[in-house]
Design a protein around this ligand. Structure first.
Ligand code: ADP
Ligand code: MG
Length: 312
């Protein structure tokens, strides 16, 4: 128990008949960045809102640093910082006053509030704009301010709901860098995202969620191995293939599909397969009209992981 930041057992949440979260279990270790990765509607926001004590689950338990989020809510909430899905900076207040407000809500002394606010505004490149009303801020600036607000209380566990979704490149990069930096200083991170690259770059472990269920939890390295099988090459030849069996015999094929005139070939070794396709086209006297390599999209990865999960 001593090294666990977040413990989730058998959590379920229903909205009417919609099962938004379906008996999920996982734990986040202290000092870990844990990714909660899934498409829209997977139940990520609902899960984060339960974990941070904003809404109640129908069943199951959550503890944060050993404190139950329902029965010890006051103390559990003091452990956490939250960046929610929908931004809630006060747009009529300046960045500075937003931080002062949140600092006094957390009960920080005036001296602490000021020191902390200065430090965070500089860290998030907002110091120069600190006295402007935040209604003039870009989306990226607002999000950086939200993150600064979440960090005012020096939380042990930081929750972020799609923190970089729809932001400019610089804000994305800055936010990711700072999250990693706080994590190096021992903060545990729960990161909700639908961005595979983000999960891959940031997280020690990732849970893949779909339809309220966790399909798999693993390190990005292990998950990527699954993704490698999912690389796709799309090829269009100048005429109908007579010898389909020769095509299917190429090395490196995991699966082959005909989509309209094109062949969609799944592989774990694109380099080998491209060479094979070229050799094949020479042998069969075909021309290659187009050849594209496609990264697997999230849905394909999901389907694969979920399918494997069922069968194995
Ligand atoms: N307040 C709500 N009332 C009713 N249904 C909701 C509510 N919030 C979310 N849902 C439903 O619960 C499911 C999960 O939603 P959500 O947790 O927002 O997913 P995600 O954050 O992964 O996109 C969806 O089917 C969504 O429509
Ligand atoms: Mg969401």
């Amino acid at each position: 128990m001593g090294d666990i930041a977040i413990q989730v057992s058998n959590l379920t949440k229903l909205y009417g008949k919609t099962l938004a979260v379906d008996r999920i279990n996982f734990e986040v270790k202290k000092g870990e960045i844990f990714g909660f990765l899934g498409p829209n509607g997977a139940g990520k926001t609902t899960t984060q809102r339960i974990l941070t004590g904003i809404i109640k689950a129908n069943s199951g338990t959550v503890s944060i640093m050993g404190l139950n989020i329902e029965t010890e809510s006051f103390y559990a909430k003091r452990q956490i910082g939250v960046v929610p899905e929908i931004a809630n900076v006060y747009i009529d207040l300046s960045a500075w006053n937003n931080l002062m407000l949140i600092g006094s809500l957390y009960g920080l002394s005036k001296k602490n509030r000021i020191a902390k606010a200065e430090e965070l505004l500089k860290l998030f490149n907002l110091y120069e704009r600190k006295d402007e009303k935040t209604k003039t801020f870009s989306k990226g600036m607002k999000q950086r301010l939200l993150l600064a607000m979440a960090l005012m209380s020096e939380p042990k566990v930081l929750f972020l709901d799609e923190p970089t979704s729809g932001l400019d490149v610089q804000s994305c990069r800055l936010i990711r860098e700072k999250i990693l930096e706080f994590n190096r200083h021992d903060m545990s991170i729960f990161l909700t995202t639908h961005n595979i690259t983000e999960a891959d770059q940031m997280c020690n472990r990732v849970a893949i969620v779909n339809h309220g269920k966790i399909a798999v939890i693993d390190t990005p390295e292990k998950l990527k191995k699954e993704f490698q099988f999912m690389q796709v090459i799309e090829v269009l030849f100048n005429k109908e293939i007579q010898n389909k069996r020769e095509l299917e015999k190429m090395r490196g094929i995991s699966k082959i599909q005909k989509v309209n005139d094109k062949f969609k070939i799944y592989t774990d070794d694109t380099d080998c397969l491209i060479r094979e396709i070229i050799n094949f086209s020479h042998r069969e006297k075909l021309k290659i009209i187009s050849l594209n390599t496609l990264a697997p999209n999230l849905e394909e990865v999901f389907l694969k992981i979920v399918e494997e999960h069922k069968s194995g």
